[in-house]
Design a protein around this ligand. Structure first.
Ligand code: KG4
Ligand code: ZN
Length: 373
């Protein structure tokens, strides 16, 4: 069964063609980071327009890459929740048009479930139930997963998402957007113990997640050093590993301050990873699960992968699973995989299906969320 997947929930337009939920026949992504870099974050209207311009050419590109024509596609999968409303509509409209014209079933996919599903596409030995940790630009959620479509919420960030925190700290440092890869690159050669940034206490059972204290601590540290960077004027240019690019600080450098950038980046990254690792282990204890699945854009972070793998190993040899880098950040392969699963369960969606942009609407869906105990 050939499923064509479409992803456009945020700032990546992606199309993939996947055979039988596993074999990737095509995967193409158009990343908008350059468009948004000058603003230091995603501008929804800019994202929506870029999806609109790219979606049709990307579908053609994916078909070419897979060497198939539209008539050979057996089903269409598309992210319809959660995400930016305009961006979601572009993907959903394209998917509906294809499903209608080809008279093929449509599967509307949850972006977060798709991130988790990326793991099932590449690992054969994941046992249920397990803990799923989704860390991305928009979400930091920990679930107990009983099946690929049944995830009960255990913990959720009280404020910023993990990726959002990386992006905001990178903006404070003036090192570019998206912040995660920039911070990882800057931290190379840095001393991760140089600054003891706060990690919070994890709340009564260790599952509490919060990144705002960490972000504020970085801001205060920079202020103490006399360094203030205006995020909005961030140049977004690429950096060489471990070396601050003086041009990246641009005209907004208020004082001639030499910043130990690698040490700050490494210390911040260490603290952010510690927060995620602590909440993961506590959630795994609470849900009495012996496996941890990591997903989402921040799962591409090398230090997080290392630390979580070590922590799981030390914790009674808890199994640890993470997708390859290209399936961590947004892509349509995971959407096609998830859609295949839904279609195989006989869960096609009607062409009247709508977008569900908000976490709140999704929370209603997860009504059993707080019942894990
Ligand atoms: O899953 P994703 O591509 O999009 C959302 O669904 O949000 O995640 C994007 C987020 C961004 O915040 C980006 O800074 C972060 O993932 N990210 C990373 C790394 N690569 C991407 N964060 C830390 N380290 C990385 N290597
Ligand atoms: Zn994502």
């Amino acid at each position: 069964m050939l499923v064509l997947g479409i992803e456009s929930s945020c700032d990546d337009t992606a199309v993939a063609i996947v055979e039988d939920g596993r074999t990737v026949r095509a995967s193409v992504i158009s990343n908008q980071a350059n468009l948004h870099a000058q603003y230091g974050g995603i501008v929804p209207e800019v994202a929506c327009r870029a999806h609109y311009e790219t979606i049709i050419p990307l579908i053609h590109q994916a078909l070419d890459q897979a060497g198939v024509d539209l008539g050979q596609i057996d089903g269409i999968a598309v992210t319809n929740r959660p995400g930016l409303v305009g961006s979601l509509y572009v993907g959903l409209s394209a998917a509906k048009a294809l499903a209608w014209a080809l008279k093929k079933p449509l599967a509307a996919v949850d972006h977060i479930e798709a991130h988790i599903y990326a793991n099932y596409m590449v690992h054969d030995n994941i046992e249920f139930p397990h803990v799923s940790v989704v860390v991305s630009g928009g979400h930091t959620d920990i679930f107990m997963s009983e099946t690929p479509v049944k995830h009960s919420l255990i913990a959720r960030t009280l404020d910023d998402a993990a990726g959002e925190c990386f992006d905001k700290v990178a903006a404070l440092l003036g090192i570019g957007y998206p912040g995660g890869p920039a911070i990882q690159m800057c931290s190379l050669g840095g001393n991760r113990d140089a600054i003891n940034f706060p990690r919070g206490d994890g709340g009564p059972d260790g599952t509490q997640i919060s990144f705002s204290g960490l972000k504020t601590a970085v801001l205060n540290d920079l202020k103490k050093r006399g360094f203030v960077h205006e995020a909005s004027k961030n140049s977004g240019r690429a950096l060489r590993p471990g070396t601050p690019d003086p041009k990246a600080f641009g005209e907004t450098r208020t004082l001639n301050v030499r910043l130990p950038l690698a040490d700050i980046a490494a210390s911040f990254q260490e603290a952010a990873c510690d927060i995620i690792v602590r909440a993961t282990l506590a959630s795994s204890r609470r849900a009495r699960c012996r496996g941890v699945v990591l997903a989402g854009g921040v799962a591409a972070n090398k230090r997080l992968r290392e630390k979580l793998a070590d922590a799981c190993d030390a914790n009674k040899k808890t199994g640890f699973f993470v997708p390859p880098l290209e399936l961590c950040t947004d892509n349509a392969v995971m959407v096609a995989g998830m859609g295949f699963h839904q279609l195989r369960l006989g869960r096609a969606d009607p062409l009247t299906v709508d977008v569900l942009p908000n976490k709140e609407e999704k929370q209603l869906k997860l009504k059993a969320a707080e019942t894990v105990d």
